[in-house]
Design a protein around this ligand. Structure first.
Ligand SMILES: Nc1ncnc2c1ncn2[C@@H]1O[C@H](COP(=O)(O)OP(=O)(O)OP(=O)(O)O)[C@@H](O)[C@H]1O
Length: 303
């Protein structure tokens, strides 16, 4: 069983603190590393992969430090965020070249196995320049898997994908997690992490804001205060119906519709449509006015 351990890990670039005193364990299965842009997710992944040295603290894979440790490099694969693949190569050539860099005994066979796992066999002889975004991501995953690592690290693997490609990648990562591999992927999108991983690590501004079971963290996120703008066929009547509901904190009639302050984001979202239907009022707009991920994370770190 592979375990990645971070103990009080910090990393700074000059006087920018990218990662600030993080302690966490990551075991087999799929774990999501969630956080807004600039939270320090890429820095963490690159440190785990052994490409960056922690400025402070210890970072180990089954007890061995990952920084400058070729033994560890053999046990993990990294799928970077940027498209660093050579577009003039075919998928097969790219993955085989990676296998050769790892000095594997049979690079062709290893490439063919990894291409099979990522379901890229049909397209393997096409140039990477002709691939869709989803296919380029999958060929990068094949290259990262070519030496059959126990640990796979992925930096924003769903960026730029359409919903179908996203689903395909999710299935692939779940499958790899079910095989007992340790999969850690970063994302700034709550729903991606929710659909794929039971365990999450939430980072905000270099710090670990929450850690553990997704459902518990989700509950924390959705039972927070929130402001919505609501437009309806009868604002005044809906306002009256909302007053007195346990999730309503305040209702204000404005020229742009209702401004509803709720104490429970989740309950309000569940109940508002039912309430409108029961009152025979048509909802024309329901807009969270404070929905930036940063505000969600901000709430998490102050609670
Ligand atoms: N090489 C570098 N030199 C200076 N500052 C850096 C460097 N790399 C990252 N940073 C800074 O460190 C912080 C964390 O960056 P990092 O890329 O790890 O975050 P992230 O969560 O992966 O965000 P993103 O998804 O936008 O890449 C940011 O403030 C970033 O500007």
């Amino acid at each position: 069983m592979t375990t990645i351990e971070l103990r009080n890990v910090s990393r700074w670039y000059g006087n920018v603190v990218a990662v600030n005193d993080i302690t966490m364990d990551i075991g087999p299965g799929v774990t999501g590393l969630l956080g807004p842009n600039g939270a320090g997710k890429s820095t963490i992944l690159h440190m785990i992969a052994g490409f960056l040295e922690p400025s402070k603290g210890s970072l180990t894979l089954d007890g061995a430090a990952t920084w400058r440790n070729p033994e560890v490099y053999r046990r993990l694969g990294l799928v970077p965020e940027r498209d660093s693949v050579y577009a003039f190569l075919t998928g097969d050539q790219f993955v085989t070249a990676t296998a050769k860099l790892h000095k594997l005994a049979d690079p062709e066979q290893a490439a063919s196995r990894a291409i099979g796992i990522t379901e890229m066999a049909e397209a393997k002889d096409r140039k990477i320049s002709t691939y869709s975004k989803g296919m380029r991501q999958r060929i990068k995953v094949a290259a990262a898997l070519v030496h059959d690592p126990e640990v796979l690290l992925l930096d924003e693997p769903f960026n730029g994908m359409d919903p179908r490609q996203r689903l395909h990648m999710m299935e692939l990562l779940s499958r790899l997690g079910d095989e007992g591999r340790t999969i850690l992927f970063s994302s700034h999108i709550l729903e991606e992490v929710e659909r794929l991983s039971g365990t999450i690590q939430v980072m905000v501004a270099g710090r670990l804001a929450a850690s553990g079971d997704f459902r518990a963290i989700r509950r924390l996120m959705t039972s927070r205060p929130h402001v919505f703008r609501v437009r309806t066929s009868d604002d005044r009547r809906l306002a009256a119906a909302l007053v007195g509901r346990p999730y309503t904190h305040a209702v204000e009639l404005t020229s742009k519709g209702l401004q509803v302050r709720t104490s429970d984001f989740g309950a309000f979202c569940e109940q508002i449509a039912i309430l409108a239907r029961d009152e025979n009022i048509r909802l024309t707009e329901l807009l969270p006015t404070d929905e930036s991920l940063e505000s969600v994370f901000g709430y998490l770190i102050t609670n």
